[in-house]
Ligand binder design. Structure first.
Ligand code: SF4
Ligand code: SF4
Length: 385
């Protein structure tokens, strides 16, 4: 059986989080059953971009504090780390800015935790990788004695959902993330890569901060949605499955969990859930998660049809009037499909692979994801809307 625990946590009040973190560790045999006394543990949070905790973009710092307090009490040294999105230069200066702006420095004040500023990385062999054999991962994680994965529960315009498994994509160093979008263009292959990375990192415990989630077109452009729970498991996919149940999204419609089930990483029937929950009502998924592109595999048909499929069965990113021409998206686009013309970003759609990184990276919510008429028709016909 795979153990998953769900704890009700209606707010980020420290007393509630402290009790929940303590119970979660107890459920898995105590902190020292997972992490040895005196060890240094990589606390892999979601710090995708500088954002206020209430925007529901990053793992809430109060959650990080509660789990770090437990680690410290058990004689473990927490080291907070993440490699933010590919458009943000992976440097000690940008990490400092992100820790500050996301409220981590303030919330973790007085606690003996370390903040990672080591931006070195190394190309490691991914044993048993299905679609990748090597990955450029951040050194501090590789040097740690164990990993505690503190993810945020959100929608995602490309992968549909980001939870415990997807959070580990942030162990790939800086700009190297973009190369995976360029190489693994469809969501199915990209999801296989996420499973390869999660299988390599193997966190001893994964927790999804689903107190305040994000719905709509996440992972940065959606809307906060109250759910009120923490979900924890030693298996990232099992935690993600319970997150899908919580928000009412069929887990096999999430490409990552479909692939995990096919690979035997997730056995949904063998999940033993401790705790109860009330399903979140009217949770809005990303517009892309109707999954029409996955319905037609462009690799299996002619190149011409693939072009048509891209235009008709995926959402088209385009800039709106919020665009300031800051060029963050142009720097991060894995296909170099964006240029700045007259102080505004312009997409060359013949190069665009619809990875939606520009939507994720834009600090000004200036990238819309547009549906064409046939896409809407397809949604209706397939009953996805
Ligand atoms: S779309 Fe966003 S990231 Fe790109 S140039 Fe405009 S404001 Fe900057
Ligand atoms: S334009 Fe946007 S969606 Fe298209 S390839 Fe570039 S980052 Fe991805």
């Amino acid at each position: 059986m795979t153990e998953v625990i769900i704890k009700k946590c209606p707010s980020y009040a420290s007393s509630l989080l402290k009790a929940a973190a303590s119970e979660i560790f107890k459920h898995f045999g105590g902190v020292n059953a997972l992490y040895k006394k005196g060890s240094r543990v990589a606390v892999k949070v979601n710090l995708i971009t500088p954002a206020k905790p209430e925007e529901a973009i990053v793992t809430h710092p109060a959650v990080v504090r509660a789990f770090c307090e437990e680690l410290v009490s058990a004689g473990v040294i927490p080291v907070i780390m993440d490699s933010p999105n590919a458009a943000i230069k992976y440097s000690p200066e940008s990490l400092k800015k992100i820790y500050e702006e996301c409220g981590y420095i303030e919330h973790l004040k007085g606690l003996p935790v370390e903040f990672n500023y080591d931006v070195s990385s190394v190309n490691v062999k991914i044993e048993n990788g299905k679609v990748i054999k090597f990955a450029e991962l951040i050194c501090p994680l590789l040097k740690a004695d164990g990993v505690l994965n503190l993810a945020k529960g959100k929608t995602h315009a490309f992968t549909y959902i980001t939870g415990a498994t997807k959070n580990l994509f942030g162990t790939v160093a800086g700009i190297n993330k973009g190369a995976y979008h360029a190489k693994l263009k469809n969501v199915e292959n990209f999801s296989e890569m996420l499973l390869d990375i999660a299988g390599f990192v193997k966190p001893a415990l994964s927790v999804i901060d689903a107190v305040l989630c994000m719905e709509g077109n996440g992972p940065t452009g959606g809307t906060p949605k109250q759910a009120g729970y923490l979900i924890a498991s030693t298996n990232t996919c099992a935690a993600d499955k319970v997150f899908c149940d919580l928000i009412g999204f069929p887990f096999l419609s999430y490409p990552l969990l479909k692939k995990a089930s096919e690979r035997g990483i997730l056995a949904a029937d063998s999940i033993r859930l401790t705790g109860t929950y009330e399903q979140v009502q009217n949770f809005k998924m990303a517009d892309t998660s109707a999954g029409l592109y996955g319905f037609v595999n462009p690799n299996a048909v002619t190149r011409l049809f693939a072009v048509l499929a891209k235009d008709l069965l995926t959402l088209k990113p385009d800039m709106n009037s919020n665009c300031t021409g800051c060029a963050v998206c142009a720097k991060g686009c894995p296909m170099k499909a964006i240029s700045i013309k007259k102080k505004r970003a312009v997409i060359d759609h013949s190069k665009c692979i619809r990875c939606y990184c520009c939507h994720e990276m834009c600090p000004n919510k200036a990238v819309d994801l547009k549906k064409k008429a046939l896409y809407r028709l397809g949604e209706k016909l397939l009953g996805r809307k």
